[in-house]
Ligand binder design. Structure first.
Ligand code: MG
Length: 449
């Protein structure tokens, strides 16, 4: 499956070393054509198929004349930061992010350390669809290791100007940690050690043998909830295998949902860095409330990390990200970063005399309901026109599907077609579950056939 965010497949089925080599070579050729430079940073999460695919990617990159700098097992944000630090021409992350154990994927990174956007991906695809130009023997690319990428990433986080390391250390926070046997073990251990935390951790082995579904959503965090309760932790932290999403378990031992990670982080950052906040169209209204309380505006971009990051650049935003636990802090870089999120949450706790459960409760609570509807036979633009006309009191946003919001009632709905199935996904959020379900039903009834 090839999309804006990269190439993804099941190991041994669609995804083979041959496919990886081809796309790595195409990416290398695209990078060389784009210029300047020929260095490509390569990193991977901990998946069992990772070493095989990293070698396949290396062969593809060298075959077109790119010099590979291999950072080994590393968080995707560490790979992205290494592209910036080394002034590389691009980067490749071999990771299927939060997807189950049988998946792997390639993520393509431009010279800015940000993922390729839709236009850049399309340019890369044109190279991939043609005959990839290979190098002759004397022009083959080189290969070297760079074992310092994670440590440089850590240093960058500790240097966030408003992060008061001494103040956090003095609190000696008890932290429970679940790295799902992904790539996060090293950086999280080092970070929490530097911040003086007393850590109880599970699933720290970076062997890719995920002991549970690796997406850090509340229903997958039962073991961490238990660990928080038994260890009396102030907070539980869970990340996904490639370490760009962070979920929190409160001091009460309850997974509070990924939406709170960005909302809480934003509430902290806006104290120190007043500015615009950017998120995607499907992220909880919790963030509107945080931005409003700080006297700031919330700007919404189409779904997809790169869309949020690009809009943050354009708006000069000081904090942004996605409701799935993906926090983007431009002080470090314009990409989702779980250890950055963890540092911000610990700073928030250090500045407060309240526990995490109280801080989350103070932000508020909404209920989100997700539904799939059969795709209408009419063109979707006509469907969106009809719905917009049917709800004249709602504010309509057509950047990415249709988002209708009712600010006074503090509710919204977002409709988008699935890229892979003949369905329309609908997400509704409201202050109560009954209201959210009612909103789904209202929209369903208003949908033209
Ligand atoms: Mg991820």
């Amino acid at each position: 499956m090839v999309s804006v965010s990269g190439l993804r497949g099941r190991v041994g089925e669609g995804l083979t070393p041959e496919v990886i080599t081809h796309f790595a070579a195409a990416f290398g050729a695209y990078v060389l054509r784009r210029g300047p430079g020929k260095t490509v940073v390569l990193g991977r999460d901990s998946r069992v198929s990772g070493p095989m695919f990293a070698r396949a990617a290396t062969a593809g990159l060298q075959s077109v004349g790119c010099d590979v700098v291999d950072v080994g097992i590393a968080p995707t944000p560490s790979v992205q930061l290494a592209v910036e630090d080394l002034g590389a021409a691009g980067g490749l992350a071999v990771t299927a992010s939060h997807n189950p154990i049988e998946w792997n994927a390639l993520k393509f990174i431009g010279p800015s350390g940000m993922f390729l956007d839709a236009q850049e991906s399309a340019e890369m695809r044109i190279v991939a669809d043609g005959e990839v130009p290979r190098a002759m023997w004397r022009n083959l690319g080189g290969w070297r290791e760079d074992p310092e990428a994670v440590e440089r990433h850590l240093r960058r986080i500790l240097a966030i100007p408003f992060l008061d390391v001494e103040r956090i250390r003095q609190r000696r926070f008890k932290v429970a940690l679940d790295c799902v046997r992904g790539a996060g073990g090293t950086i999280f251990s080092r970070l929490l050690d530097e911040l003086g935390c007393e850590v109880t951790a599970i699933n720290m082995e970076a062997d890719g043998l995920f002991p549970r579904e690796p997406e850090p959503v509340a229903e997958n965090l039962k073991e961490l909830e238990e660990l928080v309760r038994t260890s009396g932790a102030d907070v539980g932290l869970a990340t996904d295998p490639d370490v760009d999403r962070l979920s929190l378990v409160s001091d009460e031992g309850r997974a509070i949902g990924e939406d709170y990670t960005l909302a809480l982080a934003a509430s902290l950052v806006l104290r120190h860095r007043p500015g615009a906040v950017v998120t995607n169209l499907s992220t909880s209204r919790l963030l509107d409330d945080v931005a409003t309380a700080a006297g700031r505006t919330l700007v919404r971009a189409p779904v997809g990390e790169i869309n949020v990051a690009r809009r943050m650049q354009a708006e000069g935003a000081t904090i942004g990200g996605e409701g799935n636990g993906g926090v983007i802090l431009p002080d470090v870089h314009l990409t989702r970063d779980a250890p950055v999120a963890a540092a911000l949450i610990l700073q928030l706790l250090a500045e407060s005399d309240q526990p995490l459960s109280a801080l989350a409760a103070a932000i508020g609570r909404y209920e989100i309901v997700k539904e799939k509807l059969p795709r209408p036979s009419q063109p979707l633009d006509a469907v969106y026109d009809a719905l917009t006309a049917h709800f004249p009191e709602a504010e309509a946003d057509r950047q990415d599907g249709l988002r209708l919001s009712w600010a006074a009632e503090r509710k919204w709905a977002h409709l988008r077609p699935s890229g892979t199935e003949p369905i329309v996904r609908i997400i509704c959020e409201a202050p109560s579950r009954d209201e959210a379900v009612a909103l789904v039903d209202t929209l369903r009834a208003a949908l033209p056939a």
